[in-house]
Design a protein around this ligand. Structure first.
Ligand code: IMP
Ligand code: MG
Length: 427
């Protein structure tokens, strides 16, 4: 297992943090390749819950190298808080590398995200308001500031002044908001930079060298396939590439270096934010899943929209990321329902739709077609091996394998690292 990419096969929050943490035990390096602190990963280690937004969840293993790749947008204030938080939690050593090419997410990105969402009103994306979209927009518009720019104070100040010249006009004249001064921003940025300076590196080089030396590297995607800027439910997407290809760009590795792609999927579907969601349950079953699964956003606390498992989506994720193995999470959460449903395809008018559509108008007209299966009992969390799973749960997993033509390698039946059933030698 040289390099493995972990991707979310739905709309994010599939439990990638837990699966990454589980797999991290067997690797030498964990790399984040996109997104920013819009992500929220919850990891439970020995009964204690940790929440991370920027730093890879591998940080709980002191001997692993954790990398924030060039594809991540970095909010230094958040990073500073996260380092403090980890220290408070007793994490002493930070075996951390931060890409010198990562773009900075600055206070004006946050404000622009907020005012832009307000302006859009009911047409809002439902972003996390952390400034992610505006930071990536600046990167693409070639007016972003990068970590490496911080090395030269005078030139950083000049670049920031140039960026602010544009941002302040936008904030003041279009949105009627106060702008920012260079001095307001630069103090905090320079302070945190001093703190992280020892971690800054050419991370593409670090990662490629590790692979050359035969070390095992895990690439941890944030968000999920349907939030991908190119392949997701555009415009209700994030501004980066959570799919496996994103790992190449966001970490600076070639596709030939990736040995395996693991897709993480929940045994039902959730999404936060707006946009169509074919299998959404707006009834008491949806509410039951939300309560039982504590389906509230890690980053924003928003209630997540819940629905039945949609295999059209999972098949699409398998195709767009080349997923070779699935990790199914939250099988325990769904336990205790009499009958469970799985969407096998959609119907639009009298047409069968088997592949996920590009147009959201099409998607909004798609009615899910379900297969109904027997439910299983609620107490899966004590199980220690796959064979102990009730027959009904196994039938459910078989259906997933059949309809996605993809093997399931891991099944998660609880929040703890230990509540993970491995099905293949690979794990
Ligand atoms: P942004 O990434 O804050 O721009 O938000 C864009 C969309 O992605 C919104 O629907 C968010 O709710 C969603 N999103 C961003 N990060 C996550 C995540 O980590 N999990 C689930 N949804 C996310
Ligand atoms: Mg999350």
């Amino acid at each position: 297992m040289p390099a493995t990419v972990i991707v979310g096969a739905q709309w994010g929050d599939e439990g990638k943090g837990k699966i990454t943490d589980y797999l991290a035990e067997k690797v030498d390096m964990v790399v984040r390749y996109q997104g920013g602190n819009n992500a929220g990963h919850t990891v439970v280690v020995k009964g204690r819950e940790y929440k991370l937004h920027l730093i890879p969840s591998g940080i709980f293993y002191p001997e692993k190298v954790c990398v924030i790749g060039n594809g991540v947008v970095l909010d230094l204030e958040v990073l500073d808080h996260e380092l403090n938080y980890l220290k408070e939690q007793g994490v002493r050593s930070f075996n951390l590398k931060i890409s010198d090419r990562a773009h900075l997410l600055l206070p004006y990105h946050r404000r622009l995200d907020e005012v832009d969402e307000e302006r859009k009103g009911k047409n809002r994306i439902g972003t996390t308001r952390r400034g992610i979209g505006p930071a990536y927009a600046d990167k693409t518009a070639r007016i972003g500031l990068r970590v490496c720019d911080l090395a030269d104070r005078a030139s950083f100040r000049a670049k920031l002044a140039m960026a602010l010249d544009e941002k302040n006009r936008l904030l003041e004249r279009v949105y009627g908001q106060p702008g920012f001064t260079v001095d307001e921003i630069i103090g905090e940025v320079e302070r945190v930079y001093e703190r992280i300076r020892p971690f800054v590196a050419d991370t593409s080089l670090v990662i490629n060298q590790a692979i050359d030396e035969g070390r095992k590297v895990l690439f941890e995607g944030a968000q999920g396939t349907l939030l991908d800027i190119d392949l997701g439910t555009y415009p209700y997407v994030t501004s980066s590439h959570p799919i496996a290809g994103g790992a190449c760009i966001g970490a600076g590795i070639g596709p030939t270096r990736i040995g395996r792609v693991v897709g993480v999927m929940k045994s039902y579907t959730t999404r936060v934010g707006d946009g169509p969601f074919p299998t959404e349950l707006l009834d008491e079953t949806g509410e039951w899943i939300r309560q039982r699964g504590a389906e509230y956003g890690t980053t924003t606390g928003r209630p997540r929209r819940c629905g039945w498992l949609d295999l059209v989506i999972v098949r699409y994720a398998v195709r767009t990321s080349g997923i070779g193995l699935l990790a199914v999470t939250r099988l325990d959460t769904l336990g205790g329902i009499d009958k469970v449903k799985v969407c096998t395809h959609y119907r639009k008018g009298d047409q069968k739709v088997a592949e996920f559509p590009a147009s959201l108008d099409d998607l909004a007209q798609c009615q899910p077609v379900y297969e109904e299966l027997e439910g299983w009992p609620a107490d899966l969390d004590r199980l220690t091996s796959f064979d102990q799973l009730p027959q009904a749960a196994r039938a459910y997993l078989s259906l997933v394998e059949d309809l996605t033509k993809t093997k399931i390698g891991l099944v998660s039946v609880g929040r703890e690292r230990t509540q993970t059933l491995a099905l293949t030698e690979a794990f």
